[in-house]
Unconditional design. Structure first.
Length: 288
């Protein structure tokens, strides 16, 4: 889809697979698989996943390799460390992996001090009975299972972005119905204000004034890699990794690590993933 679209969809159609005979399975294996699909032209990520799956790795392992390559490259500045500062200037990581064979999911949300989101998500899946770990607990778990950290996830670019935003009186931001509505906090509820989807509309009854502001979510400040892989055995897995929306309120978790919201995999049906305005997408579980 065009780069300006609010939603990038990667539905790996992935076939409604009827049960296969051995001969059919062989044919499918040799002719159609593996398959690697990702949101955006994140070619290096797709290549990394392809190298893994082509060499016999499972779909889950390939998804981890693919998303991990994007984290290392900091794809678009919105995946991995060093991007998307929140209101406090801090970068946090969200990631998910789902195995379409076992329906197991591992995910981390608002993870601090650890840069390897998809690997952390995979560790949650492999070494715990949980599905989602959040915040500092996620970091502690990831580090205890062998990932490097704690480390500083900021970069000179994210610090610059954040200080420019502060200088611009913290505009734009994700607050609504608060005062002040045109400056940095601390914020307080303001029941006189209204907000409509995608833009902030402040109505002042006394002055009869309506002010429109541009939407905050655009192609370069919210994005996620969402990837689906079918391995040589015909098994499917999906994964996502992101550092979330730029200038989000600290604690915000978007669609990325929420299963069915950013991606979903089921060997008997297929796999789906997307990126977009996570705060809206996650209300509908579109990929489930
Ligand atoms: C491919 O797999 C073989 C056998 O598991 C391994 O020795 C080799 O290092 C792998 N190559 C790559 C490029 O991952
Ligand atoms: C983290 O890294 C940023 C950017 O390099 C730097 O400005 C900041 O001082 C660092 N924070 C700490 C606590 O070291």
């Amino acid at each position: 889809m065009a780069r300006s679209d609010p939603l990038t969809l990667v539905c790996t159609l992935l076939l409604l697979l009827p049960p296969l005979t051995v001969a059919e399975a062989e044919l499918v294996r040799s002719d159609k698989f593996p398959v690697v699909v990702s949101t955006w032209p994140f070619l290096e990520a797709v290549r990394a996943a392809w190298r893994a799956v082509d060499n016999g790795s499972s779909a889950v392992e390939a998804v981890v390799e693919g998303c991990s390559a994007c984290e290392e490259l900091r794809c678009d500045g919105t995946v991995g460390p060093g991007g998307s500062p929140n209101e406090n200037g801090e970068t946090m990581i969200d990631a998910l992996v789902m195995d379409g064979v076992t329906m197991e999911v591992g995910a981390v949300a608002a993870m601090r001090y650890v840069k390897d989101g998809i690997r952390a998500a995979n560790l949650v899946m492999k070494y715990s009975q949980h599905t989602l770990l959040a915040g500092e607990g996620a970091s502690a778990f990831a580090i205890s299972m062998g990932l490097p950290g704690p480390m500083n996830l900021s970069s000179p670019e994210s610090v610059k972005k954040w200080s420019d935003w502060k200088e611009n009186r913290c505009q734009p931001n994700f607050r609504k119905n608060v005062v002040p509505d045109n400056d940095c906090g601390p914020y307080k509820p303001n029941n006189g204000a209204m907000t409509v989807s995608g833009e902030k509309r402040t109505e002042s009854c006394e002055m009869g004034k309506i002010e429109y502001r541009p939407p905050l979510v655009g192609p370069h400040n919210h994005d996620t890699i969402s990837m689906a892989v079918i391995d040589k055995m015909g098994h499917i897995a999906v994964g996502t990794s992101t550092n979330g929306a730029t200038f989000k309120i600290p604690g915000r978790v978007g669609d990325g690590p929420i299963v069915g919201s950013s991606a979903y995999a089921d060997d008997e049906v297929g796999g789906c993933g997307a990126t977009g305005d996570g705060d809206t997408m996650m209300r509908f579980l579109p990929w489930f």
